[in-house]
Design a protein around this ligand. Sequence first.
Ligand code: OAD
Length: 254
Amino acid sequence: MTFTCFDLRMIATLQGAQKIVVLTGAGISVESGIPTFRDAITGLWKNFDIEMLATAEAFLRDPALVWGWYEWRRMKVLSAQPNAAHIAIAELAGRVPQLSLFTQNVDDLHERAGSIDVRHLHGSLHHPRCFDCGHPYSLPDGVPDEPEGGRRLSPPKCLECGGMIRPGVVWFNEPLPVNILDGAFELSNSCDLLIVVGTSGVVYPVAQLPEVARNAGHKVIQINPARSELDRICTWNVRGSAGKLLPAMINRAF
Ligand code: OAD
């Protein structure tokens, strides 16, 4: 069943919530011009299976292919701006007693919209590190002229050990950052409202968080223009774009 963003019970729940968890996925950055994860294969990489690019094995097999793909994505993010949905979440945090923001996104658009303490469950494009010793590596801030579709690019070398620098994202078959994941499960269990925005709900363990909240007796609002794997779990499924619906819902509530 679907609801409008002005559903009275949903708005009342939002107004009364003391502890809110917000969980975002690639859909929240669509209106900033960042393709969703499953739309993201274009240009040079259109003939590659995404799971073949997002693994340690792929990086070791062809570092320039994988580093170039992630640098292309980072450049797209650097030239993008946060949209109304990112801004609405940052504003909501100022209006409720407690809001914890977890994202599967590897961009920094929540931070640039003003959210503080953004917890990146799948890492970040902006924090690369050495493949061998784990030492962090600083990338230049500027946006170099990146050809549309990207290019092959050799990864830089670690200044500590000379190893290859890898993207700071979580790849398939790698563990998620344990403190962040534990916090997400704990807060989903103890919050009184979870709002999930723009995720297909197919990648575990993150896709389990709305169910954790529901099983603990809490309400879950989902914002997504399309059906998702989370529909059967959520209390309210609100169909539409995050950039329109989140500000409308929050303005109605406060
Ligand atoms: P997906 O690409 O799987 O799903 C994006 C979701 O956003 C879809 O359900 C769309 O319907 C929805 N969407 C599209 N436009 C939207 C809009 N304007 N407003 C709101 N929603 C919109 O992305 P994720 O679910 O984030 O993991 O993907 C989860 C994980 O899969 C990623 O973090 C990545 C990938 O494997 C890793 O890299 C570890």
